[in-house]
Design a protein around this ligand. Structure first.
Ligand code: OAD
Length: 229
């Protein structure tokens, strides 16, 4: 039976595709006030601004492609039972071909009904823009994004996945945002944990740090894992 490899990814995973991270120099939160474009209060204050911010993110997303790191994780499915938990709202893991992707912070290409959280709509490639006046099936919609100040509904299933991991890998996250950053704490004691990031945050000494970008780092990880399979 294949070992279970659980991979937790952040913005650095998509950096080599050309999508800005949040907290690096030149990152998104340097140019946009985070509490205005990504918080529940901000959305109540100025929904038009938030719609516009995510319209821009969608326009960017459809112009980029998955990178070698995303593709490398798909390759690992040949040898491992790979499950990805991502903080990213892009769809690059899915477009690369990963078969199990859980989004912690929502999905950019989806919106949901304002009056019914469970009604999700995937936007059509030709209609990627929404405003506070947009109606789909008679519903006003909002970006399907977990704003700051909101609960993270997929955290529980993410914890279940991490607890079932034989190997855990973290890629491209500053480990600054909770609860996502706490996932590592749920790994079973003694399992191998890897962290790929060119500027890694501080992690326990037992974590194998691969201080490389996602593409190169996933290749390094693959070599190491296949040597120990
Ligand atoms: P950050 O912007 O906080 O961190 C990005 C990480 O990616 C840093 O540790 C970088 O060193 C690393 N990085 C940069 N280039 C890389 C590369 N080529 N390969 C691999 N890693 C690279 O992004 P996150 O930790 O993902 O939430 O941020 C978490 C959450 O904060 C996001 O999901 C978002 C944001 O607010 C929401 O919007 C809800």
């Amino acid at each position: 039976m294949k070992k279970r490899l659980v991979v937790s990814t952040g913005a650095g995973m998509s950096a080599e595709s050309g999508i800005s991270t949040f907290r690096d120099a030149g990152g998104l939160w340097e140019n946009y006030p985070v509490m205005e474009v990504a918080s529940a209060d901000g959305f109540r204050r100025n929904p038009a601004l938030i719609h516009r911010f995510y319209n821009e993110r969608r326009a960017e997303l459809v112009s980029v492609e998955p990178n070698a790191g995303h593709r490398g994780l798909v390759e690992l499915e040949k040898y491992f039972d790979v499950h990805i938990i991502t903080q990213n709202v892009d769809d690059l893991h899915e477009r690369a071909g990963s078969s199990s992707v859980l989004h912690l912070h929502g999905e950019l290409m989806k919106v949901r009904a304002m009056d019914n959280e469970s009604l999700l709509y995937t936007l059509d490639k030709d209609h990627l823009e929404t405003t506070p006046d947009t109606l789909i099936d008679g519903h006003h919609v909002r970006p399907h994004i977990v704003f700051f100040q909101e609960a993270v509904p997929n955290f529980e299933p993410a914890v279940d996945l991490v607890q079932s991991a034989d190997i855990m890998v973290i890629i491209g996250t500053s480990l600054a945002v909770y609860p996502a950053a706490a996932l590592l704490n749920y790994a079973r004691r003694g399992i191998p944990v890897y962290y790929i990031d060119p500027r890694p945050a501080s992690v326990p000494a037992s974590v194998h740090v691969i201080a490389q970008g996602a593409g190169e780092g996933v290749a390094t990880l693959t070599r190491e894992l296949l040597n120990n399979i």
